[in-house]
Design a protein around this ligand. Structure first.
Ligand SMILES: C[S@@+](CC[C@H](N)C(=O)[O-])C[C@H]1O[C@@H](n2cnc3c(N)ncnc32)[C@H](O)[C@@H]1O
Length: 333
């Protein structure tokens, strides 16, 4: 069986996939993973043999689904890898905008070169796969694996002596080159590409447009959990800016605002009621509370129940683990 590679996506459900999978009814053939993030659940469903539709508002998450879910067979061969990594670093968008913001200037120049080389590849699947592997390389170099960290903190945590003294970890991998990480990860990403015999598809839309577009037997919803660390634009928006070559602006409907979340979920459930089945992930430290979600779902679905399971989220590193109760709501029409 092909293996899901190391993606390292905050709030991923990789370890919950088997548990969630148990509650998919037998009659189902097509599944819509509407907030697909790092694509761990889409990948699980693809492996189970379902036809999978994945969607996420972030371009980088779309690349992951395009490369690992929609893609049946296209991999990066030696020639592609050589092409992506060839040439001299150049001054481009990253260098001009993000030097000493996320990376050192020389690293930004390296990223500008790889970006130019990836865009010159004609196959959309190869481009998506290359951006996905680059994402992993870039994340490996970022303390806490997210991009909403001030530069002073990044510099401090990339200081191996400082890190060892204070955290007993040198974090030397933050200082390995992008090229080093790319070469280390590319094999696993290539090997993760497979065909499950279905025409799976990746979308890059706001949730409400995606629901209008995608037909499926079941919708799986794993939105950002309001009230927890859930600012996905802050975590990964920089990667979209890098891919797009221009600064990406914050998206709407981001499920971060506690005052809007009940209305937003109500709208989401109403729109989702066109699907026969809905599965929704949420947890006990988020807002609204379990009973409120249950009530909201019951407005739009005939039959609503939930399951729970304890789950450890790794928040910012091994030293910071949070044990929660994970909920899975199951709704049927
Ligand atoms: C909790 S994560 C999903 C994690 C995913 N299930 C996994 O296992 O990796 C939530 C995702 O919702 C996406 N998102 C947030 N607002 C969105 C919107 N309005 N439309 C579509 N996707 C959105 C974020 O980009 C993020 O990737």
């Amino acid at each position: 069986m092909p293996e899901y590679p190391s993606v390292n996506f905050i709030g991923n459900k990789e370890k919950l996939a088997d548990w969630i999978g148990q509650f998919v009814p037998n009659s189902i053939h097509t599944i819509f993973d509407a907030f697909s993030g790092g694509a761990s659940i889409s990948y699980y469903f693809k492996r189970c043999g379902f036809q999978v539709f994945s969607n996420d508002i972030l371009k980088i998450n779309y690349c992951l689904s395009k490369a690992l879910i929609e893609n049946k067979s296209v991999k990066l061969d030696l020639q592609d890898i050589e092409h992506i990594l060839s040439g001299e670093p150049i001054k481009g968008f990253m260098y001009n905008n993000f030097s000493n913001v996320y990376y050192f200037p020389e690293e930004c120049k390296e990223l500008d070169l790889y970006h130019r080389n990836i865009l010159a590849i004609s196959s959309p699947f190869k481009r998506a796969l290359a951006f996905s592997v680059m994402r992993r390389a870039m994340i490996r170099k970022m303390p806490y694996s997210r991009f909403n960290i001030p530069w002073s903190k990044i510099v401090q945590l990339r200081d191996e002596d400082f890190s060892y003294k204070h955290y007993k970890r040198k974090r030397a991998y933050h200082n390995q080159s992008v090229k080093y990480h790319f070469l280390k990860e590319v094999k696993a990403y290539n090997e993760a590409v497979f065909d499950n015999g279905k025409n799976n598809k990746a979308y890059n839309l706001d949730i409400f447009s995606a629901i209008d577009k995608v037909k499926a037997d079941l919708i799986y919803l794993d939105p950002p959990y309001a009230g927890t660390m859930n600012d996905y634009f802050g975590f990964y928006g920089m990667l979209d800016s890098w891919i797009l070559g221009k600064e990406r602006t914050r998206f709407r409907n981001n499920f971060t605002d506690k005052t809007e979340i009940a209305a937003l979920l109500d709208k989401l459930f109403k729109k989702s009621s066109k699907y026969k089945y809905l599965l929704l992930s949420y947890n006990n430290v988020s807002f609204p509370a379990r009973q409120d979600i249950y009530d909201l779902l019951s407005r739009h679905f005939r039959d609503v129940s939930f399951k729970e399971k304890s789950h450890i989220y790794k928040v910012t590193g091994v030293q910071n683990k949070q044990k929660n109760i994970e909920y899975l709501f199951i709704a049927k029409n």
